[in-house]
Ligand binder design. Structure first.
Ligand code: ADP
Ligand code: ASP
Ligand code: MG
Length: 403
């Protein structure tokens, strides 16, 4: 008997009729001879609604109470799906993160899963039941409920699949699989049959919201294949798996508009300034992404620019301004009208000219590049936010990704 772990996202369980559809699909998979563990997200916009409620009370929610509240959306969808399966003649049991022993780090709101105790799940499977588990939530060492970051149910599913030794973790969502770029942004995007863990990790980290980056990281570490498929259609979807022999120069284009830029002008050109600034940001748990430094040779001054996500922007700007006050002649400027466009491809390292082609695709559209950052398998450019869609289209066509 094959053990299948399936995860259904928010839109896939967004209404009772959709939950009934998922129940039918899950029962069909069981009837085909599989043992089933199902991980669910909250229904449709439930998590957003819960967050909006706590924000009505305060802009700075208590992290523990935030988790106590936002984790409940998954309890609703898990119970409803288990009930829908029972109503269709099946056997199912809904289980929360703490009931299945999902242990997380102590910190709240965006913590990592440390361990899963699979005993309860296995017990329910042995009893012939379908285990329907809440994604997104766990329990820390203090016995408090935690959540693992927006979009985290993908990670719950992969962690559970790995702990159970499943062969594959199926992620069901509202598109047919992973595309060369977000199909909602660019209709010419092409469905990928397969993509390596490395490339998918870059794509997800660079803004391709179809998978939670940590889910891909966990799958990579555990050699777990992820299959991304449409929840209400049939189709092979996309396999995320170990790199094959074909190393694509460019596999996809990722777009991210959750970016803000902070610039420091005329920073004194002496050792230790960058360490002081970025040390303070790190201590405040602010994640800095692209960093660029340029030198004014004559004046012995530097300009430093860096990007953060929008959530951290106000705090990062305040901290940077505090630092700059102590540096003679230094000015700070913030800008939230920026976005990041990236190309990802595992064969890029051995194929010269990718950066030049990407820059010329942007140049042809008269899109100004504000910052550049590269790794072995990706190139990212920071551009003006309103140019993002045009940038994706031009780069996608330059690399003939629609063909
Ligand atoms: P779920 O609720 O199932 O977790 P998400 O909204 O988190 O669904 O992820 C699915 C969405 O990801 C799609 O609707 C699509 O707009 C977006 N997306 C972004 N980049 C890509 C990509 N490269 N391929 C497929 N979908 C993408
Ligand atoms: N419900 C959570 C969210 O909206 C987790 C998830 O959807 O994966 O972020
Ligand atoms: Mg998601």
């Amino acid at each position: 008997m094959v053990l299948l772990v399936q995860k259904y996202g928010g839109t896939s369980v967004g209404a009772i009729a959709k939950i009934q559809n998922v129940a039918k699909k899950v029962l069909a998979a069981q009837a085909a001879g599989n043992q089933l563990v199902v991980v669910v997200s909250a229904m449709g916009p439930t998590t957003d609604v819960l967050i909006a409620k706590i924000k009505e009370l305060t802009a700075a929610a208590d992290p523990r109470e935030y988790d106590a509240l936002v984790s409940i959306g998954e309890n609703e969808s898990a119970a409803l799906l288990a009930q829908a399966i029972i109503a269709q003649g099946g056997q199912a049991v809904s289980l929360t993160g703490w009931q299945v022993g999902i242990r997380t780090e102590d910190q709240h709101n965006k913590c990592k899963i440390i361990n899963v105790d699979t005993r309860r799940i296995k017990q329910e499977l042995r009893a012939g039941k379908i285990a329907v588990i809440t994604g997104f939530q766990g329990l820390n060492s203090r016995g408090d409920v935690t959540t693992i970051g927006r979009g985290g149910s993908d990670t719950s599913a992969v962690v559970i699949a790995s702990a159970l030794g499943a062969d594959v973790c199926e992620i069901y969502t509202d598109v047919d699989g992973v595309y060369t770029t977000d199909p909602r942004l660019l209709p010419e995007a092409r469905l990928l049959e397969a993509i390596s863990h490395e490339e998918m990790l870059e794509m997800a980290s660079l803004g391709a919201g179809v998978l939670h980056p940590r889910a891909v990281e966990c799958a990579k570490v555990n050699d777990m294949t992820i299959a991304v498929k449409h929840s209400h259609k049939t189709g092979k979807g996309t396999l995320i798996t170990m790199a094959g022999e074909k190393l694509n120069t460019v596999s996809g284009v990722a777009a991210d508009d959750d970016v803000a830029k902070i610039g420091l002008l005329h920073v004194p050109d002496v050792p230790g300034m960058a360490a002081e600034l970025f040390g303070a940001l790190a201590a405040a748990k602010i994640n800095v992404d692209v960093i660029v430094q340029s030198i004014h040779e004559e004046a012995k001054k530097n300009d430093i620019s860096f990007t953060v996500n929008n959530e951290d922007y106000a705090r990062a700007l305040k901290l940077t301004e505090e630092k700059a006050r102590g540096w003679d002649g230094c000015r700070v400027a913030g800008n939230t009208d920026v976005a990041k466009v990236s190309v990802v491809g595992i064969g890029m390292a051995s194929a010269p000219g990718v950066a030049a082609r990407m820059f010329s695709a942007l140049g042809r559209e008269k899109i100004n590049i504000q910052m550049i950052s590269t790794s072995e398998i990706k190139i990212s450019c920071i551009i003006e936010k309103k140019e993002l869609k045009r940038a994706v289209k031009s780069i996608h066509s330059e690399f003939e990704l629609d063909k």
